[in-house]
Design a protein around this ligand. Structure first.
Ligand SMILES: Cc1cc2nc3c(=O)[nH]c(=O)nc-3n(C[C@H](O)[C@H](O)[C@H](O)COP(=O)(O)OP(=O)(O)OC[C@H]3O[C@@H](n4cnc5c(N)ncnc54)[C@H](O)[C@@H]3O)c2cc1C
Length: 486
C-alpha cells in the first residue's frame, strides 16, 4: 500500500514549485498533527509501489479521519498521492443483519473479510494482494482477483462511499441500501478512478454468506491449448467455480517448491479450480464432475483444508517470488475473451522465443484475465518496453470481432496509473477519453488529484517504459524491505 507523491509538489495553485517545496511539509503537519505526519527516513516505503517506479516524496500524511482529509487545504496542498495510505484506524463495522460492512478506506482488505467471516459472512473480492492492499485502494482500482468468476469485482460490492472532492467538499454517496434507482450512478464514477476524481475515506460494501465448504483441485495438462479449451468446456457444461486459475510452464517452474510431489515435470499448464457451497457432499461431488470434464492428465484433489491451502499456496506464492526480485520483472494485466486464453498465452510464448526474454503467465482463466510477466536480466532491460507493447498489441488483436479495437483491456484489474496511461485511448477510443477528461476537469478543475495518471501523455509506442522514472534503477536505493518480507 504505497503511493506516488512526487507529483504532489506541483499541486498548489499559484505557488512556485520552490515555495511549495519549502512550505508543504509545515502546512501539512499543521493540518493533521505530528502523529499523522511522516518525513525523512520514514518516507522510504512511500517512494515506490509494487512496480519498478520510484519517487522521492517530500513527506506523507496519514490522516485519522475524513475531517482531516477535508480540512481546508489538505487536498489542495497534498493531493491524493500523499494521503491515500491513511484512515487505517477507522474501525471495520460489520452490520450482520443488513449484510453490509462499513470500513475506513485504509483498512486492509483481508481484515475486512476476516471481520465479516466472524459473522458467517464474507467480502468476496479477493486480489492476490489482499493481505497488503486497502479497501480504499481496491475501490480506487476496481480490483478483481481469484473469485471474480463467480462473485464479481469490487464495483459489484460497493454500495456507499464517503469522498473528499478536490475542493475539500465531503460527499456521501449511496449508503446501506442494496437497491437504488435514483439519479446518476455517481458512486460508480469514483470506483476505478484511481484517485483522480476524489479521495475515498470510507466505504460501505455488501457482504454475502460465507460458504461453509470449499473443494479444490489442481489439474495438469500436457498442452496449453488443452488447458484453455478445458476452461471453456467446463463453463459451457454449466460448472460455476468460485475460482479457476491458470499457470503456464514457466510460472510452474517459479513456484516448483510449492507444487504437490511429482506433479510438475511433464506439464505445460495447470488449472487450480475451486468450488464452494453449503453442502459438503454436493460441493465435493460437483468438483469431481468438473475435474472429469476438464480431463487433465494429472489431478490432485485436496482432501483436507490443509491440502487445499497448500494447493493455493502454489498460486499465491507466485507474487511473492516476483517481489523477491523487485527490479527485474514487469507484470502485465491484459484481458481477452475466455476462448482466446490459449492463443494469447501461445503468442506470449512466441514473443519470449523471439526476444530471448523469459515470460511466464498466470491468470484468472475464467475471466480471460492474464498476467504475462517478463523476467529479465539487466542486459535485457532494453528489450522489455517493446515486448510489453507487443503483448498489448496481441491482446488488442484478440479482442473479438464485435469491437475489434475496444474488445480488450490493457488493465483488467490493476489500473492504468502512470505506467499504462498512454495505452488508455487504444482501449476506450477518443470519444470516451475526451468525456473522461471533461469529467476530470469538472471534479478537479486544477488537476491536483493524482496528476499524470490514467490519461495519455505521449504516443502509445514501444518506448513507453523507457520514459518512466525508476526504469533505470538507482543503485543507491535500498532494497524493498516491505515486499521482501511478504
Ligand atoms: C503481489 C500483488 C498481487 C496483486 N494481485 C492483484 C489481484 O489479484 N487483483 C487485483 O485487482 N489487483 C492486484 N494487485 C494490484 C493492487 O494490489 C490492487 O490494485 C489494489 O487494489 C491496490 O490497493 P492499495 O491499497 O495497495 O492501493 P495503492 O497502490 O496505494 O493505490 C493504488 C491507486 O489508488 C489510489 N488510491 C488508493 N487509495 C485511495 C483512496 N482511498 N481514495 C482515492 N484513491 C486512492 C492511489 O492514489 C493509486 O493511484 C496486486 C498487486 C500486487 C503487488
Amino acid at each position: 500500500m504505497t503511493s506516488y507523491v512526487s507529483s504532489a509538489i506541483s499541486l498548489t495553485h499559484g505557488d512556485s514549485v520552490e515555495t511549495v517545496t519549502q512550505a508543504l511539509p509545515d502546512r501539512l503537519r499543521a493540518i493533521v498533527g505530528s502523529e499523522h505526519f511522516l518525513q525523512g527516513e520514514r518516507m522510504d516505503e512511500y517512494g515506490h509501489d509494487a512496480t519498478f517506479m520510484e519517487a522521492s516524496p517530500l513527506c506523507a500524511v496519514r490522516p485519522a479521519d475524513t475531517e482531516q482529509v477535508a480540512a481546508p487545504n489538505t487536498v489542495a496542498t497534498a493531493g491524493a498521492g500523499v494521503i491515500t495510505a491513511a484512515l487505517d484506524r477507522a474501525a471495520n463495522e460489520v452490520d450482520a443483519p443488513n449484510t453490509v460492512a462499513t470500513a475506513g478506506a485504509g483498512v486492509i482488505t483481508a481484515a475486512l473479510d476476516r471481520a465479516a467471516n466472524e459473522h458467517g459472512l464474507m467480502y468476496p473480492p479477493d486480489p492476490a494482494s489482499i493481505e497488503m492492499s486497502t479497501i480504499g485502494g481496491n475501490v480506487a482500482c476496481n480490483s478483481g482477483g481469484m473469485r471474480c468468476i463467480k462473485y464479481g469485482v469490487t464495483a459489484d460490492y460497493v454500495i456507499g462511499a464517503t469522498v473528499v472532492l478536490a475542493d475539500g467538499r465531503v460527499m456521501r454517496l449511496g449508503g446501506k441500501l442494496r437497491k437504488r434507482a435514483s439519479g446518476y450512478r455517481l458512486l460508480q464514477l469514483f470506483i476505478g478512478s484511481e484517485g483522480t476524481l476524489g479521495i475515498i475515506t470510507e466505504v460501505i460494501v455488501k457482504l454475502v454468506p460465507l460458504p461453509r465448504f470449499r473443494a479444490t483441485a489442481m489439474v495438469g495438462f500436457a498442452s496449453l491449448e488443452e488447458a484453455g479449451v478445458a476452461v471453456s468446456r467446463s463453463l459451457a457444461a454449466g460448472h460455476f467455480p468460485a475460482a479457476i486459475e491458470i499457470l503456464d510452464r514457466g510460472s510452474l517452474e517459479l513456484v516448483r517448491d510449492k507444487l504437490p510431489p511429482g506433479f510438475e515435470p511433464h506439464l505445460e499448464a495447470v488449472l487450480i479450480v475451486e468450488l464452494d457451497g453449503n453442502d459438503e457432499e454436493f460441493v465435493q461431488l460437483d468438483l469431481m464432475r468438473m475435474v472429469e470434464v476438464l480431463d487433465g492428465v494429472d489431478n490432485r484433489i485436496a482432501q483436507s483444508s490443509l491440502e487445499r491451502d497448500k494447493l493455493w499456496d502454489a498460486r499465491r506464492s507466485f507474487g511473492k517470488v516476483l517481489m523477491a526480485m523487485p527490479k527485474n520483472f514487469f507484470a502485465e494485466d491484459v484481458a481477452v475473451p475466455i476462448v482466446e486464453v490459449p492463443e494469447m498465452i501461445r503468442r506470449v510464448h512466441e514473443l519470449a522465443r523471439q526476444t530471448g526474454l523469459r515470460i511466464v503467465t498466470v491468470g484468472h482463466a475464467g475471466d480471460g484475465n492474464l498476467h504475462p510477466t517478463i523476467l529479465f536480466t539487466d542486459d535485457q532491460r532494453h528489450l522489455v518496453s517493446h515486448a510489453a507493447a507487443q503483448i498489448f498489441r496481441d491482446a488488442l488483436s484478440l479482442g473479438g470481432s464485435v469491437s475489434a479495437e475496444h474488445g480488450l483491456s490493457v488493465s483488467a484489474e490493476h489500473g492504468l496509473g502512470a505506467l499504462k496511461r498512454d495505452f488508455a485511448e487504444r482501449e476506450h477510443g477518443p470519444i470516451a477519453i475526451e468525456l473522461m477528461k471533461q469529467m476530470k476537469a469538472t471534479l478537479d478543475p486544477h488537476g491536483i488529484l493524482n496528476p499524470h495518471k490514467i490519461f495519455p501523455e505521449q504516443p502509445a509506442d514501444d518506448e513507453f517504459l523507457n520514459a518512466m522514472p525508476g526504469w533505470i534503477p538507482d543503485p543507491n536505493r535500498r532494497p524493498r524491505k516491505a515486499e521482501l518480507g511478504l
